[in-house]
Ligand binder design. Structure first.
Ligand code: ATP
Ligand code: MG
Length: 475
């Protein structure tokens, strides 16, 4: 009675029993005056996809994170559609569509717009674990997930209640199978079904719980939170590429700093980002990482782009810088030491989750460009400006200059140089000779570096810069 009254008061439906078999569950229909989704936040292409499927006689809804975000009044960054049409049936309806995935088959429908192409991910309703028992590993982890099921089953096999809502743009209703609306109102992340079992099926859900908590500022409900400390090690069974995607989503969520802290609090960070663990234990490195992540969060929240290569270059820099310093202190020349330190850092990170090759190339370019910013004489600054990834290298140097990894005024000098006309540039170069800036604070501090430099001939310095300017690639 009281619960019913509260439900009415909070305009929520009764919480359905969390039955993960899903077979008998009925969805609670939420009307537009309650969910208040702003149709202006919908992707026209996602609506086209649901419409086309429905016209062909199938069920089709926008689903998952997009519905969660729409209810929260946030513009979703991508849209997923769920349907009872099989992947082959979906493919027949859309000319620009592609079947992807093995473990989890879905169809990508691509739309080419004015800005960038939009991909709508269409997945077929899936059956729950009980009916696909033969596809489960000994640890409980799901290996294959391509058995089609009913709509209720599809809802039951999703991870959290707030991710298991379906929106029909035609009728403007939300179908809520697991009390997701109520959990959104109470700001709760709650696993559907038995959390221990669900984490065993797919340990990545632990990381997702943390990610959504950081992103939405919701609390993880206690039964959902408790098993994470104990089951954390299962995360290492997850293929590295999936882990990388999920960590990248966390880092690019606009709440990366909160996310990394939450991973620590939950004890889930071990071995994922080994070098960040190490860096966070040291005040100065932690300051660098915090600055890098806060900058990233601000950029993302302001709608600017962030490259994963830049992000990982920042996260791994404190460790790389230490290695670089140690090698130079041991007598290795500056640039070979930098390259050796880069190789070591990447190899060490790859013992956790491996950074994908394409991002690795970006990271190397950014790192190898750094010593070039110290050279502010002759044609050097002009040539550095021409390097293809100059902007990323410059942004990175600015970040370093903010935390004392290079001199604070170096950042300002380059900012002035970029914006100056030709004669101002010549003045800046002339003034750089005696502005008293130490040539570098890395790797070995100003004095050592000066000594090291004076030993080298001009032509050696020239070759070195060419090498840096080629993005560290030797011809
Ligand atoms: P984001 O906004 O970060 O993309 P999302 O919830 O949309 O968040 P996706 O990875 O795009 O996350 O997944 C889409 C939906 O698929 C989820 O909302 C959830 O319903 C379901 N899902 C994704 N991963 C899992 C998983 N590991 N276990 C169960 N359901 C999942
Ligand atoms: Mg999504």
């Amino acid at each position: 009675m009281i619960t019913k009254f509260l439900d009415r008061l909070l305009r929520r439906g009764p919480r359905p029993k969390s039955n993960q078999s899903g077979a008998t569950l009925v969805a609670h229909k939420v009307h537009k005056k309650t969910h208040r989704i702003n149709p202006g936040l919908l992707s026209k292409n996602a609506v086209k996809v649901t419409h086309t499927l429905q016209q062909a006689g199938y069920k089709a809804y926008i689903v998952g994170g997009a519905v969660r975000d729409l209810v929260l009044g946030i513009a979703p960054k991508d849209f997923d559609v769920a349907t009872n049409a099989t992947p082959e049936q979906v493919q027949k309806l859309f000319r620009r569509s592609r079947l992807i995935g093995r473990r989890f088959q879905i169809v990508h429908v691509t739309f080419f717009g004015k800005e960038r192409p939009e991909i709508i991910e269409v997945s077929t309703f899936r059956a729950v674990l009980e009916s696909v028992g033969e596809h489960v590993a000994e640890s409980g982890r799901i290996l294959r997930d391509n058995v089609w099921g009913t709509h209720a089953e599809d809802a039951a096999r999703r991870d959290f209640t707030i991710n298991a809502m379906y929106y029909d743009p035609a009728s403007e209703t939300v179908l809520d199978y697991h009390g997701g609306m109520a959990d959104i109102r109470s700001k709760t992340i709650r696993m559907i079904g038995n959390p221990i079992k669900r984490y065993r099926e797919d340990p990545i859900r632990m990381l997702r719980a943390i990610r959504f908590a950081a992103k939405t500022n919701f609390q993880i409900e206690s039964e959902t939170r408790k098993p994470i400390a104990e089951l954390g090690d299962l995360i290492h069974d997850v293929p590295s590429a999936r882990l990388f995607d999920e960590i990248l989503k966390l880092l690019m969520s606009g709440h990366a700093w909160a996310g990394i802290q939450a991973l620590h609090d939950a004890g889930l960070h071990h071995g994922l980002l080994p070098l960040i663990d190490k860096a966070l234990a040291n005040d100065q490195s932690a300051q660098f990482i915090q600055r890098a992540l806060r900058n990233t969060d601000e950029r993302i929240q302001a709608g600017k782009s962030v490259s994963p290569g830049f992000l990982f270059a920042s996260l791994l820099w404190p460790d790389l810088e230490q290695r670089w310093q140690a090698l130079v202190a041991g007598g290795m020349p500056n640039l070979p030491a930098l390259h050796a330190a880069i190789d070591d850092t990447i190899a060490q990170q790859n013992t956790g989750i491996s950074v994908q090759r394409r991002h690795e190339g970006d990271m190397r370019d950014i790192w190898t460009m750094q010593p070039g910013f110290e050279k502010r004489n002759g044609r050097y600054p002009y040539r550095l400006l021409e390097v293809p990834r100059f902007r990323a290298g410059y942004d990175f140097m600015l970040l370093r200059s903010q935390v004392g990894s290079c001199h604070a005024s170096l950042g300002q000098w380059w900012t002035d140089f970029i914006h100056a006309d030709l004669s101002e540039r010549e003045n800046l170069i002339a003034r750089a000779k005696d502005d008293g800036l130490p040539s570098t604070q890395t790797p070995a501090g100003p004095n050592k570096r000066r000594r090291h430099r004076s030993k080298r001939s001009n032509s050696e310095a020239e070759t070195t810069l060419d090498f840096e300017i080629n993005g560290g690639k030797q011809n």
